[in-house]
Design a protein around this ligand. Structure first.
Ligand code: GLU
Length: 514
C-alpha cells in the first residue's frame, strides 16, 4: 500500500550513536515503525556516525537492544542488512564526495578555506559590534576566503598546497523556502535568515546535513518523521533537494512535538529524571569510558508493552476512549494527522498506570515468570503456588518489581512487624483473641485450609470472644504479613498453608505485647 502519493512508504530511524537512546528517540522510532506498518511500508534503521568526535562505543549496541526490547525491529539495518546496505554512514563515505563534486561543478556549492580561528575571531568581532549571530552567507562570503571570493589562481594554489577546506552550500539571496509539514502545516523561511552550511568537512567526512539528505534520497525514503529539534534544519534539507535536482522525490516531512518535563517547563532531560526519580532511557546504560550509569525502564520492572503504549501517547492519541493498546493495535490505529503540534508533557504516574494495565492483562503463570528475576536478585527461593501468590498480589502492583514488594511476606519467612501498624492495631488484650483463633485454626484439616472455611472459623471466634471484625481482622493480618494493608487475610493464610500460618500466629504471640 502507499500513502497519499502513490509512492511506497519507506521510513527510517536515523540515530547518531552518541549515547543511550532517550525516550524521545524511542518515540521517534515507534512512530516511524507504526507509520510503516499502517501503510504496509518499510521501517529501516540507519546509523548516522559521521561525527567521529561524538561517537560513543556501545551506543549502537544499546540502540539495537533497546529497539529489540520494545519490539520495534527494523526491516533493514546495519545488523540485518538490506537492499541499500551499508546502513552505517561511516561505511558509506565513498558515496558522499562525488555528490559534493557535482554540486561544486554546478556552482551550487563552493570551497571555503577560512580556518576555525579566523571564523572565531570574526564571530567575536561581530558580537562586539552588536551582531551576536555572525553568518557565513550571501552578504559576508564576498569578503571571506573561499572559491567565490578568491582569484581562481589562488584557489588552485591553495588546493595544490593541500590546504584544508570545507565545502559550503551556496544559498541564493532572498530565496523563499516553503514546505509542508504533516504536523506543523506550511513552514516558510527566507534564505536571508540562513547561512551557507558546511556540507563537507576538512577531515573528508560529510556533515550530518549532507549525509542525511543523500542517504534519504538513495534509500528512497518517502517520509521523514523525526523530532522537532530538526525542524530548523528542514529548510536547508529542502534546499539541498533543490540543489541536487531531487525535488520530485523529496520525502514528506513530519516533525514530532517535544517531550516536556512533568511541569511542562522545558524539554525532558536526564537531569529531570534523576531529580524526580524516573528513568529517561529504556534500558540500563553504563558509559564505557566514564563509567557513568543510568537506570532504565526495563530494570525498574516495566513491560515493553506498557512502556511502548505510554510512549505512543506522548504526542499522539487515537481520538477515542481507549488508552490501552497492543503494538498491533497501535499499528492499526496510528495516524500522523493525529500527532499534536504542542509539546507532550511526561507524567511518570501515568507511565506507571499504563504498565499496570498491561500487567493486569497477564496470566498468573506469566506473572510467576516475571517475578523470578526479582526473587533471584535477592536470593529468595521460589515458594509453592507462586502463580496464585502473584494472582493475589497483582491488584496492587504497577511494575513487575512490585509483585515482590507487595508479596514480600510470602517470600520472607519472618516478616518485619511494622511499628505503625502494631501501634495502631495491636490493642491490649488482642493477643488473647488471636490465641483463640490460633487454637481454632489448628483444628482445621490441612486440605480444608481454604479462604471460606478460614473466614467461617474466624467469625465463630469473633462471636465466641464477643469482639468485632475491625478489632481482630487487622491483628490477623499483622501476624501473617507484618502490616495491616494487603489482600484478604484468609486468602493469605490459605496460600501460606496451615503449618506456616500457625507458626506465624505463634510468632506474633511470642514477639508482640501480650
Ligand atoms: N542523526 C539524527 C539524529 O541523531 C537524525 C535526524 C533525522 O532524523 O533526520 O537524531
Amino acid at each position: 500500500m502507499t500513502s497519499s502519493s502513490e509512492r511506497p512508504v519507506r521510513v527510517r530511524f536515523a540515530p547518531s550513536p552518541t549515547g543511550p537512546l532517550h525516550m524521545g528517540g524511542v518515540r521517534t522510532a515507534l512512530y516511524n515503525y507504526l507509520f510503516a506498518r499502517k501503510h504496509g511500508g518499510t521501517f529501516l534503521l540507519r546509523i548516522e556516525d559521521t561525527d567521529q568526535t561524538r561517537f560513543v562505543p556501545g551506543a549502537e549496541d544499546y540502540i539495537q537492544r533497546s529497539l529489540a526490547w520494545c519490539g520495534l525491529e527494523p526491516a533493514e539495518s546495519p545488523w540485518s542488512g538490506g537492499p541499500f546496505a551499508p546502513y552505517r554512514q561511516s561505511e558509506r563515505k565513498a558515496l558522499y564526495r562525488p555528490v559534493v563534486d557535482q554540486l561544486l561543478e554546478n556552482g551550487k556549492a563552493y570551497m571555503a578555506f577560512d580556518t576555525e580561528a579566523e571564523l572565531e575571531s570574526l564571530r567575536d568581532r561581530a558580537a562586539a559590534a552588536g551582531h551576536p549571530n555572525f553568518q557565513y552567507n550571501q552578504i559576508t562570503r564576498g569578503s571571506l576566503k573561499n572559491s567565490l571570493s578568491l582569484p581562481s589562481a589562488e584557489v588552485q594554489s591553495r588546493l595544490n598546497n593541500g590546504e584544508p577546506y570545507v565545502v559550503r552550500l551556496k544559498l541564493e539571496r532572498n530565496e523563499e523556502v516553503r514546505f509542508f509539514d504533516r504536523i506543523r502545516g506550511w513552514v516558510t523561511v527566507n534564505t536571508q535568515n540562513m547561512d551557507d552550511k558546511v556540507l563537507f568537512k576538512s577531515d573528508g567526512m560529510p556533515t550530518y546535513h549532507l549525509a542525511n539528505v543523500v542517504d534519504d534520497h538513495l534509500m528512497n525514503i518517502s517520509h521523514v518523521i523525526r523530532g522537532e529539534e530538526w525542524l530548523p534544519s528542514a529548510p536547508l534539507h529542502v534546499l539541498l533537494y533543490r540543489a541536487f535536482g531531487w525535488e520530485d522525490t523529496m520525502p514528506e516531512w513530519a516533525h514530532l512535538p517535544l517531550l516536556l518535563r512533568p511541569d511542562g517547563h522545558g524539554k525532558l532531560s536526564k537531569r529531570d529524571g534523576d531529580r524526580l526519580g524516573f528513568p529517561v532511557f529504556p534500558l540500563f546504560w553504563s558509559h564505557p569510558d566514564t563509567g557513568e550509569t543510568a537506570q532504565g525502564y526495563r530494570e525498574m520492572g516495566f513491560y515493553p508493552e506498557g512502556f511502548v503504549n505510554m510512549i505512543a501517547f506522548l504526542g499522539w492519541n487515537p481520538g477515542g476512549e481507549q488508552e490501552i493498546f497492543s503494538l498491533d493495535e497501535l499499528a492499526d490505529q496510528f495516524d500522523l494527522d493525529r500527532v499534536s503540534k504542542s509539546g507532550a508533557r511526561f507524567d511518570f504516574e501515568k507511565a506507571r498506570w499504563f504498565n499496570q494495565q498491561h500487567l493486569r492483562m497477564r496470566t498468573n503463570q506469566q506473572l510467576a515468570q516475571d517475578i523470578q528475576p526479582w526473587l533471584a536478585k535477592e536470593h529468595l527461593s521460589i515458594p509453592d503456588r507462586l502463580d496464585d501468590i502473584c494472582g493475589l498480589v497483582k491488584e496492587r502492583a504497577h511494575l513487575s518489581s512490585d509483585l515482590l514488594e507487595e508479596g514480600r511476606y510470602f517470600f520472607e519467612q519472618d516478616p518485619v512487624f511494622d511499628d505503625a501498624a502494631v501501634q495502631s492495631k495491636w490493642k491490649p488484650g488482642v493477643a488473647l483473641h488471636l490465641d483463640a483463633l490460633r487454637t481454632a485454626y489448628a483444628t482445621v484439616e490441612p486440605h480444608e485450609f481454604e479462604p471460606e472455611r478460614l473466614e467461617t472459623v474466624f467469625k465463630e471466634i469473633l462471636a465466641q470472644q464477643g469482639v468485632g471484625f475491625g478489632l481482630l481482622g487487622p491483628v490477623l493480618r499483622i501476624a501473617l504479613t507484618g502490616t495491616f494493608t494487603g489482600p484478604s487475610a484468609f486468602a493469605i493464610a490459605h496460600l501460606l498453608g496451615k503449618t506456616e500460618t500457625l507458626r506465624r500466629l505463634q510468632r506474633a504471640l511470642d514477639e508482640l505485647p501480650a
